[in-house]
Structure formats: C-alpha cells, structure tokens
Design a protein around this ligand. Sequence first.
Ligand SMILES: NC(=O)c1ccc[n+]([C@@H]2O[C@H](COP(=O)([O-])OP(=O)(O)OC[C@H]3O[C@@H](n4cnc5c(N)ncnc54)[C@H](OP(=O)(O)O)[C@@H]3O)[C@@H](O)[C@H]2O)c1
Length: 310
Amino acid sequence: MSLETVLVVGATGHVGRKVVAVLQQRGVAVRALVRPGSDASAIEGPGVTVVRGDMMDPPSLDAAFAGVDAAISCAAGYTKRRKSDSSDIDRVGNVNLAEAAKRSGVGRYVLNSILQCDDAQGVQHFVDKAEAEAALRRLGVPFVAVRPGAFLDQADDFVAANVKKNKYMGMGDASRTRWSWTYTPDLAESLVNAAFADEKIVGRTVDVGWSTGPLSNAELADTIASITHRTLARTIVPWWVLKTVTAVVGTFNHDVRDLGKMFLYFRHGRYVADAALHEALLGPLPTKDDAVRRWAQAQGLVQSAPLGVR
Ligand SMILES: NC(=O)c1ccc[n+]([C@@H]2O[C@H](COP(=O)([O-])OP(=O)(O)OC[C@H]3O[C@@H](n4cnc5c(N)ncnc54)[C@H](OP(=O)(O)O)[C@@H]3O)[C@@H](O)[C@H]2O)c1
C-alpha cells in the first residue's frame, strides 16, 4: 500500500511519538492529532503537521481525517495523562474515532490495541479495547488491530529504575506464570508496517511479542541480569497480596482495581502472543535477548562486559 499522509492519534504519547518518528524516517507526511492545551513540541519537526482535536469532540475528528491515506491510533484515556482523563475516552472516544474513520472513507485504520483484550473479562481497559475493535468491525472500517503484550518500557520505566539499583520487582510468582512482553520501539514499527501492509491484513488482529515466547519473572530477570552483567535482587509481590489489594483498595480506587484485575488475569497464563501471524504479515519479531539488549542500551544499563564476555 502506498501512503502519502498518515494521521496519528495519541501522537504525543509514549508509543505515538515513536510512531511519528518511524513515519518521518520513511518520508511519510504525518498529521498529528493533539488535544488543545497539550504540548506538541516533542513531535514537531519536518513533515509533521499538528492539528488540534479531541476524541471526545467528533467534529474535530472529521477535520483530522480529511484527506489522509491511513490513520494509526495509539491514544488512551485510562493512562490518565490528565487528572480528568478516564475510561470514557477509551469507551466513547474510540467509537467516535471509528465513526469518523468510516465517514472519511480512510483506506486503512490501525488500532494500537491490547493482547487478549477480548479474553480478559472484567479488566476495564481490555474490555474497552475489545469494544473499539468491535466498533471498527461493525462499521466496516478497513482496520488492523495490533495487540501488544506488556510493555517492558512503560512511559515511567520502573523496570529500568529498579535495575539501576540492581533490583528487579515483579508481580505474582517467580517461575510458574509466563506472559508476553513488548519493547515499544518495536511496537511502533509494527504499527507503521500494519498501515503499509498488503490488503490481506484488513480485519485481522495481530499479536506483538517476542519470537522466543512469553517469560516468567525469573526468566525476564535472568535475561536482564545476563545482558547488563548485574546481580539483581528480586522481589516478587505474591498473588495473594495482589488479590487482597485489588479487593480492598479496588473497592474505592478504580485504577487499582483495573490494574489488579489485569495482573490476576495474567495468572491464567493466556496473556501470550501468537507470533505466527505477525511473522507472516508484518515480518519477524525480535528475540528476548535482542529486545532486552536494545532496551538496556537505550536506558544506559549495559555495564562493560567482564573479561572474556562479549
Ligand atoms: N502499557 C502497556 O503495557 C500496554 C500494553 C498493551 C497495550 N497498550 C496500549 O498502548 C497504547 C499506547 O500506550 P502509551 O503508553 O503510549 O499511552 P500514553 O503515553 O498514555 O499516551 C496516550 C495518548 O493519548 C492521547 N489522548 C488521551 N486522551 C485523548 C483524547 N481525548 N483525544 C485525543 N488524544 C487523547 C494523549 O494525548 P495528550 O498528550 O493530550 O495527553 C497521548 O498522546 C495504549 O492504547 C495502550 O492501551 C499498553
């Protein structure tokens, strides 16, 4: 598919700004939808036009979609970049985007979704993504849902912050439960590749993880320790603590309930990416060692190798 202009929704976010950078590198003109009042300075540059709009304001979306060849949405409300943000943005805003995409007749709409979002009943931000996918399907928008596993590098990278102190903190158990991980620069590439991919990808949900499969906390900690040449003191918050906090604090704090339920869903062992479709339609996925090495280098975590180790 040949694309001249791509709309990026959530362009100022942790993933969105990487999507903008990938499109710039490929010489594609970017139209970045940014909320009024939000700082767009990090994405301003050659080939990027900032348009102001809001997922909760449908007329602003019509203006954003006008004349673009494709759209990539990495937006989220539950991440609460503003105090007033809520899951309304994920529930209502994503449907507003799907309807605007339909009205505009855009050729391709790529949704940054969530791995297994249609399986995790009761995890609100997963349910909202599943409904966003369903709205795109129902409206007949030519969409692709790209579904990453847990980010190794969250916007606030607590894994890196701990490793800097020679610590690793995980949730649940050390070795029994595995889930899939994603490094966000790789996700940005997958999202852009989905915009350019052959027509046969339309209507598909494509998982993003590592080609070497999911990892337990112990396996991830060992991989990080080996690549950074550190000894990491491990703390694993057990399931019973997660369950208690979710049940007690979660009764009055929606965010704690949502996050707690997400980890308790991980415990079922089904938060696992199927790499085959990605490999067939969007190209190879990285191995755990490759992704962790690039992350560690970007975070300045790689110490000089001991003698004899390269
Ligand atoms: N964290 C994980 O482990 C994980 C795993 C799987 C999938 N995901 C998904 O990955 C995606 C990207 O996550 P992220 O960490 O990059 O999110 P993020 O950094 O919180 O970025 C969210 C973006 O959405 C924008 N936004 C929020 N409300 C909006 C509205 N009403 N109208 C227009 N734009 C709005 C924000 O703009 P402002 O600058 O105006 O705030 C920001 O650009 C999310 O959809 C998330 O569900 C995350």
